[in-house]
Design a protein. Structure first.
Length: 430
């Protein structure tokens, strides 16, 4: 009986090997490659995106190759890739390693941005604390090489070409590096991050430079498309991490400051102090509020149970008294439950308006007070949110949701006197 069982297992194994060998040989034929390419294309497609792969060569080897890839939406094709070549070790999977020596991508051509996806009712999942994914396999990408990335004028407002190289590894820790260079004009972005197991050591660095009219300024829609120079560095551990940011976009837009994350007891605390120059990004009436440098400073504590509390001060860095902007915000809530409230208090300079009568009602200073809170599922709740001027005040209470609006607004005008003293007497005589 035992001999027959062994014999049956042996014949079964031979049959499986025969089937596998037949499939492997089949995949090397033109019909097999076309069938596999069509199978992968259908698996990668979705209702909002159609993927078409011209050929899938040597899929079971250490050097598979995809050719003539096209991605389309309901308006037609918008992205094409001539080829993707992989140099990897299939046998490494037996030791739970995904070992890719090189991922080489030829030419990517993006003619336009994809059409917006159709609305879905999928609710995003709430994230927890920071942690590297606990994957059952180790991953190594020795080299990523992108030959050319060509963007059509509808993407950036002008045509642009880039090249990129990089590498990555994910085991108990993580390592990522990426270098992007523009081919048809000056400009470069470099990024590097290293995270040791358990966050015991973290180091990151990001730099980006480009002249006037560059890709970053176009993507951010910066007024005048100024030159951009960004530097972000950070070093420490998951429980004591410090970062420094220095960013400039021309002479009138920029940010510079520091932030530090520390752990104490069952919570992590973020302290930050940042000076920003953002006036050109605001509407003309509000730009004077952030004229020059505005200081954002404060602290926030995130407890292990998900509760958040913090205080933020937003003040104009100015010698003028009173400051154009002097605002304090007290935060409290549970972000993972989509519940955060902000209590606001402070003063700000009244905006410059083209209506002289309204400017007189507002006066030179406005006082802001009250609270606003987020609601689970989307929406806001207002609790006595009031903006008060010299003779005019507006107060909002209630809630606004995606499907409904239940808000009460009250506008009060006080201390008004006729500009002409004869008006009251004229009314009485009638």
């Amino acid at each position: 009986m035992r001999f027959r069982r062994i014999l049956a297992y042996g014949f079964g194994a031979l049959a499986l090997l025969a089937v596998a060998g037949t499939l492997a040989l089949r995949m090397q034929t033109r019909e097999g490659k076309s069938f596999l390419a069509d199978l992968v294309s259908r698996a990668a497609s979705s209702p909002d995106m159609k993927v078409d792969i011209g050929a899938f060569e040597d899929p079971l080897s250490a050097h598979p190759l995809l050719r003539d890839i096209s991605i389309a939406d309901r308006d037609g094709s918008y992205l094409k890739i001539d080829q993707i070549a992989l140099d990897w070790s299939p046998s490494a999977l037996f030791s739970l390693r995904l070992d890719i020596e090189k991922l080489a991508i030829g030419a990517i051509d993006i003619a336009r941005l994809p059409a917006p996806a159709q609305a879905t009712t999928t609710k995003p999942k709430n994230g927890g604390g920071f942690a590297l994914p606990d994957l059952p396999i180790r991953i190594r990408l020795g080299r990523l090489a992108l030959e050319t990335l060509s963007l059509g004028a509808p993407v950036l407002g002008t045509t642009a070409q880039f090249t990129a190289t990089g590498e990555a590894a994910l085991d108990k820790g993580a390592h990522v590096s990426l270098d992007i260079r523009r081919l048809d004009a000056p400009g470069a972005i470099t990024a590097k991050a290293d995270v040791a197991a358990g966050g015991q050591k973290i180091a990151l660095a990001l730099t980006a430079q480009e002249p006037e009219g560059g890709a970053i300024a176009r993507l951010a829609a910066l007024p005048g498309l100024p030159p951009v120079d960004i530097s972000l560095t950070g070093e420490g551990t998951l429980d004591d991490f410090a970062a420094h940011l220095a960013a400039e976009a021309g002479e009138t837009i920029g940010a510079e400051g520091v932030a530090r994350v520390t752990r104490k007891d069952a919570a992590r605390r973020l302290d930050f102090d940042l000076g920003v120059r953002l006036a050109p990004l605001l509407p003309p009436a509000a730009a004077p509020l952030l004229d020059g440098v505005t200081q954002l400073a404060g602290a926030a504590t995130l407890h292990d149970d998900g509760a958040l509390e913090g205080d933020v001060a937003i003040r104009s860095r100015s010698d003028d008294t009173p400051r154009p902007l002097d605002l304090a915000i007290a935060l409290k809530g549970v972000p993972k439950d989509e519940r955060i409230s902000a209590t606001l208090s402070g003063t700000l300079a009244a905006p410059a308006l083209s209506a002289p009568a309204l400017e007189k009602l507002l006066g030179e200073r406005l006082t802001l007070g009250g609270a606003v809170a987020s609601l689970p599922g989307g929406g806001l709740r207002f609790d006595g949110l009031e903006l008060r001027g010299a003779h005019l005040s507006a107060k909002i209470d209630g809630a606004t949701m995606r499907e409904a609006l239940d808000v009460g607004a009250k506008v009060s005008i006080a201390d008004l006197k006729p500009a002409d003293p004869a008006l009251p007497a004229a009314r009485k005589s009638r």
